[in-house]
Design a protein around this ligand. Structure first.
Ligand code: BG6
Length: 488
């Protein structure tokens, strides 16, 4: 994010290079960075995967197809980039000798292309494969290099506090924290990064961003989609592990943190960790789980969660969570934070809503509408990234009445296309900027909060697909009513 840093010549090694993440996210992002001239000099990509009957040419052909499917035209630029920059190395069953062969291929490519030994190892793998891959790389000596060596690991990072601690210990056996990039793709979204600018470059808001002025903060990630062919993963995971422990907690820390002493990775991460440690243990009375049953979205009939292919019969996995928590510090004591995330809701909407306190007394009480709505700042992360400031105005004419209106800012109107989160994050990895990556202490602090909830599970109440979750959530969210107070 702070990357004015120069991109050094490097080798970008993707483990799990024949998988979905590579095809849908990493390849398009790497190609787009290269096409914009942001990768300059030598930036080679070495895909590694179990497939033993694939070679450089076959891998390049797959990449061309994936890029075409992503909307890049099959022109010369795509073809040249694939031929010049992409290579493939099979790692079979991932035995020690497979990693030695990988190390030998890396050395050979670096020599042939005069690379100084700067390496990224991206684990685009299912979580079960993380430990053996980390050991394989470490035992082959790939954690050290003549230049720099960085390891990128996707979420979910562990399943609970103990497994996250084990994974951190294993990583630290070979890699320093300064070499580890734990990805949370939400941190790569422009609006999320802009939250820091919004807060810390505009004294207007920062001076009211506290318990004296804020009534509550809501963070919601509503998805229209269901489990989309990922039932095998999702049914073992659920909404707390898939969304809340990581994405929503990251949003919360950025919304609640103190002003960092500098705009750099370490200072920002230090402040985020403080927030996580200041959250009170969750009160189970303030948590609602839900699971969708069949319903209609956009006029289409959609099946219930338990009828999705791959979901265990009678599964109790939560596809919806609403909860209330408190950050006990001088800035936020007494201000409720409401977090909601769910699948198969009426529409896709990710928002942080900061609701301010109403005036202590309404001088308009004698008139038509005496209740004054609170001023609200809405930060929309998707689908239409931007900010809204809602305030009261007098409706023209008689009788005297108030209406809520908005000032709004939309990124697309001001700047056009926004970079994909992965483009931002990959460039940061390559330039060595850890600001938008999650520190070991953050992951563990978030798991400390949610592990008790996962150990003694709550029942998941049914809700019809296409609704805003079970009625119990409405009760928890109080005055936010049916749509969690979403501001569309
Ligand atoms: C992923 C989750 O991390 O985030 C998915 O595993 C979820 O279940 C996705 O759909 C949401 O991301 P976005 O960027 O579409 O909000």
């Amino acid at each position: 994010m702070t990357s004015n840093n120069r991109v050094a010549p490097h080798l970008f090694v993707v483990l799990g290079a024949t998988g979905d993440l590579m095809r849908r996210k990493l390849l398009p992002a790497l190609f787009h960075l290269a096409a914009q001239g942001l990768l300059k000099g030598a930036a080679l990509i070495l895909g590694a995967a179990r497939k033993t009957d694939l070679d450089d040419a076959g891998f390049r052909a797959q990449a061309r197809e994936a890029l075409a499917a992503d909307g890049f035209s099959a022109d010369d630029l795509v073809g040249r980039w694939c031929d010049e920059c992409l290579f493939y190395q099979p790692i079979g069953l991932g035995e020690a000798e497979d990693y030695q062969a990988l190390a030998a291929r890396i050395a050979k490519l670096e020599q042939a292309h005069h690379l100084p030994g700067n390496r990224v190892f991206y684990l685009a793998l299912p979580p079960a494969a993380f430990p053996s891959t980390i050991v394989g790389l470490g035992e082959a000596g790939l954690h050290r290099s003549p230049g720099w060596s960085r390891l990128v690991i996707e979420k979910p990072f562990g399943r609970d506090l103990t497994s996250a601690q084990d994974l951190n210990r294993l990583l630290h056996r070979y890699f320093d924290e300064s070499q580890i990039y734990r990805i949370d793709h939400y941190l790569g979204k422009e609006t999320v990064q802009n939250l820091l600018v919004f807060r810390f470059a505009n004294a207007l808001f920062e001076s009211v961003w506290n318990r004296d002025r804020v009534k509550h903060i809501r963070i919601m990630v509503a998805e229209e989609l269901g489990v989309e062919g990922r039932a095998g993963y999702y049914d073992q995971t659920g909404a707390i592990r898939d969304m809340v422990q990581n994405h929503l907690m990251q949003l919360l820390t950025l919304a609640a943190m103190e002003v960092p002493e500098a705009f750099d990775g370490e200072a920002i991460r230090r402040e985020k960790i403080k927030v996580l440690r200041q959250i009170e243990p969750l009160d189970r009375e303030h948590v609602v789980f839900g699971q969708y049953i069949g319903g209609r979205i956009d006029g289409q009939e959609v099946p219930g969660y338990r009828d999705e292919p791959g979901v265990a019969p009678g599964s109790t996995t939560e596809t919806f969570v609403a909860l209330r928590l408190e950050v006990t510090n001088w800035r936020w004591q007494g201000v409720p934070f409401y977090l909601c995330a769910g699948k198969r809701l009426p529409r896709r909407l990710t928002q942080i809503v900061v609701a301010f306190r109403c005036p202590p007394v309404s001088v308009f009480r004698p008139f038509f509408r005496c209740e004054i709505d609170s001023n609200v700042v809405v930060i929309t992360l998707q689908p239409d990234e931007g900010f809204d400031l809602c305030f009261e105005v007098k409706a023209p004419g008689q009788p005297f009445s108030l209406q809520t209106h908005r000032l709004h800012f939309r990124y697309s109107e001001a700047f056009g296309r926004l970079p994909d989160a992965y483009e931002t994050l990959l460039l940061d990895i390559i330039t060595g900027d850890q600001t938008l990556f999650v520190h070991a202490d953050e992951v563990e602090a978030a798991w400390r909060l949610y592990t008790p909830l996962l150990e003694h599970r709550l029942p998941a109440y049914p809700y019809a697909a296409g609704t805003w979750g079970p009625p119990a959530a409405e009760h928890l969210l109080g005055d936010m009513r049916g749509s969690w107070g979403a501001v569309a």
